[in-house]
Design a binder for this molecule. Sequence first.
Ligand code: BGC
Length: 431
Amino acid sequence: MPDDPPKPKHDHTSLKFPEGFLWGVGISSFQVEGQNFFADWWNAEIKKTPLKQRSGQAANQYHLYESDFDLAKKLNLNAFRLSLEWSRIEPRPGEFDHHEIEHYRKVLKSLKDRNFKVMLTLWHVTLPQWIAEQGGWENSQTVKYYLRYLERVVPEIKDLVDFWITLNEPDIYVFMVYNAKTWPISRNGVLGQIKTYLNLVSAHKKAYKLLHRLSNSPVGVAQNMQSYEGYHKHSLREQAAAIISDLVANHLFHFLTRGYHDFLGVNYYFHHRYKVDKGFLPSMVNVADHLRDVSDMGWEINPEGLFDVLADLENHLPIYITECGIASTNDDRRTRFLIHYLQEVYRSLHAGVKVKGFFYWSLVDSFEWEYGYNSRFGLIEVDFKTQKRIIRSSAHVYEEIIKRNAIPHDLLKLLGHGIRVEDVLKEKIKE
Ligand code: BGC
């Protein structure tokens, strides 16, 4: 009998993504543009001093968008998620600034000129100050104002937009404003909190219908999805806490708006464990105390959690990972993060999940809400004093993946801690 051919010791195949997969980045207007005088956050920053850091110039992308988009193009990206700053477009009730609409047309056009698929968020955290003064999303009138703003702006830009995101992370907004209260735009009151949530549900449903009337592009929400587990598999209380959190944080908004999504947008950042420690009720464990790997913001690195969240979603709709990223000043960690999380996306595709695209958060370092400028999410570093951009090595790793529409085996080496990204990039990466 002939000998069997020797089996390869190691599988060297690259992890191929499906044709047409979208490789993108995300940003939001307030976090990168700078000088958003008419936004509620800007005004709250002034009143609630001393805040650690104020948004100020941010990454000055209002003026630097062309050169930032050039950098994105150089990295081979084929998709771009950004948002409109409502407070610029409608700085006073019912007064629309056509210069600002024209500005956003130019911004979107310059993305289209570079052949990006454009995903546009219509509301991302900040409101015009005049709306905040009338109760913000607590006031049901805000839903009407939101639809009026869409009626005005969407017809002017719809030819330049491939995907609409009506709202960014409604649940996180409600939690941060009414529970965490670390944002300067925080508010008090359970009733207000419930009204805000329900008004956001209604805003999405009505905007969905309106957008379908005005445009042919698909409509969705960017929903923050978190993975949960109980510390002890046998603890019913811990498992119950994980299930309830999953239902409320991940599925309630989808449930209340079911039938109003053409795709599901997933922002993934958090994994939590419940443990019964002292007392009867379980609480979330502090990841750092348990020697878990965390980002500069203390958020656990848990790639498998992304798989779990994706595998748990309604399976007939296309899914886009509308945000996923790490705050780290150590770029080797960002590289490992990117490869690890993309491996999980690859696994989920093989498990039959319809993931159609991945948008790394974020293209450039930006204003990270209450954390200011110390949380560095960017593939591109920003020197906030000079506004100089420096492309990080992790960006080049992303570029190599995008070029091949695959994670080449050579890059998987980077998951070992002892190898420098620059050394791997210097060698010729095999297909
Ligand atoms: C938000 C972004 C934010 C990111 C990192 C997401 O919840 O949509 O605006 O920068 O998380 O905190």
